[in-house]
Design a protein around this ligand. Structure first.
Ligand code: F0G
Length: 363
């Protein structure tokens, strides 16, 4: 083995959130642990966004989890515990990412996974993942909120079925580990955390994580929680459920968030806010991240940065160290990019033509 090879082999490996944070999580017997090495995602400095916002903004890139979204942190806990109880089937409602993650971790845990999704509303990358992992897909002629009602009833009335939506407390427990990682990476929790809000499980989970970290004496403070919903799907901002939620950010197209109370408590207790951003603001933030920071996230994931930019425009931006959670990878939703960009017509295989093109476009 060369020296380079041996140093790679000896580098400490991140082996998943259960292994790393076991003492903070509900009990899981060793034999039942279903992990794909989730967590340990990078916290990336964002100089361009920082300058626009007037704070030191970092991006927690959760799109680099095994199924390319933050859902994996909760799914490893939920599926491991379901397997330990001897359950054979899992079920979830989803706008796509929960389903992709449940499909992968169910495969890992040896369980059969049912995913209930709104017909025609799942981004392409997520649909491909669900099919690849062999989940049984139920497409309903309804929206996410209908799908969740059906899934909850199936788990309640049928034998051996584990509901793995974030109403399952194991999901929240797993997802809170990202707050620990952020606090450890920065040496202290940030002043504020900005993130998208859909079914509201993730904001609930982060607030629990930061609160537990502080209460255990590892930090003096917990961050302000800044949640952002898409303007056409903003029940927490409007103060009532939305019957027909609409937004380009399909991951957060949800009209009746199941963890509404957790989200409102996070906002209140942290001195934070939950506001909305338009589809245009979301897509602009997604492009800014891709083109200026080199980080490609899906539209919903850009809602946190869109929100920070909006607050900055109104002179209300947080100061100090701010983390924005990029919840899912941009490859999940290729159609959003292809709708606004296309590959150019081919050129002849000729150096001069290519050189001309480079001189024109090179700036
Ligand atoms: N970002 C992405 C990429 C998501 O997939 C979701 C939720 C959220 C943000 C919002 O998180 O629901 O905890 O407030 N996706 C769920 C799903 C609903 O089915 O994949 P939340």
């Amino acid at each position: 083995m060369s020296q380079a090879e041996s140093s790679i082999a000896q580098a400490p490996q991140h082996r998943g959130v259960i292994n790393r944070y076991r003492g903070w999580l509900p009990g899981i017997p060793d034999h039942a642990v279903a992990t794909l090495g989730e967590g340990g995602t990078p916290l990336i400095e964002a100089p361009c966004v920082s300058e626009k916002v007037g704070a030191s903004v970092h991006l927690k890139f959760e799109g680099l989890n095994p199924t390319a979204s933050f859902k994996d942190r909760g799914m490893t806990v939920a599926l491991s515990r379901a397997a330990a109880r001897g359950e054979r089937l899992s079920i979830c409602a989803s706008t796509g990412n929960t389903a992709a993650s449940a499909a992968a971790y169910s495969a890992r845990a040896g369980m059969t996974c049912f995913v209930v999704v709104p017909v025609g509303k799942i981004a392409m990358g997520k649909a491909v993942q669900i099919l690849a992992h062999g989940a049984r897909v139920v497409q309903i002629e309804g929206n996410f909120d209908d799908a969740l009602r059906i899934s909850q009833r199936a788990a309640a009335e049928m034998d051996d079925v584990a509901l793995v939506n974030s109403v399952n407390p194991d999901r929240i427990e797993g997802q809170k580990t990202s707050a620990f990682e952020i606090s450890e990476s920065l040496g202290a929790p940030p002043e504020a955390l900005a993130l998208p809000v859909g079914n509201a499980g993730n904001i609930t989970a982060y607030w629990r994580g930061f609160s537990e970290w502080r209460d255990a004496g590892y930090s003096e403070h917990a961050p302000r929680m800044l949640g952002f919903q898409a303007a056409g799907s903003a029940p927490l901002v409007e103060g009532h459920d939305v019957q027909n939620p609409e937004t380009v950010a399909s991951a957060i197209r949800i009209g009746a968030p199941a963890s509404k109370e957790g989200a409102l408590a996070a906002m209140r207790e942290s001195g934070g806010l939950i506001e909305s951003v338009t589809d245009e603001e979301i897509l602009d933030a997604q492009l800014l991240l891709a083109r200026e920071e080199g980080v490609f996230c899906e539209p919903a994931s850009a809602a946190g940065v869109a929100g920070l930019l909006k607050l900055a425009g109104e002179g209300r931006a947080p100061t100090g160290t701010v983390v924005s959670v990029l919840t899912g990878h941009g490859l999940k939703d290729p159609d959003v990019i292809l709708a606004r960009n296309r590959l150019p017509d081919p050129l002849p295989a000729d150096f001069d033509t290519v050189a001309d093109y480079m001189r024109r476009e090179g700036g």
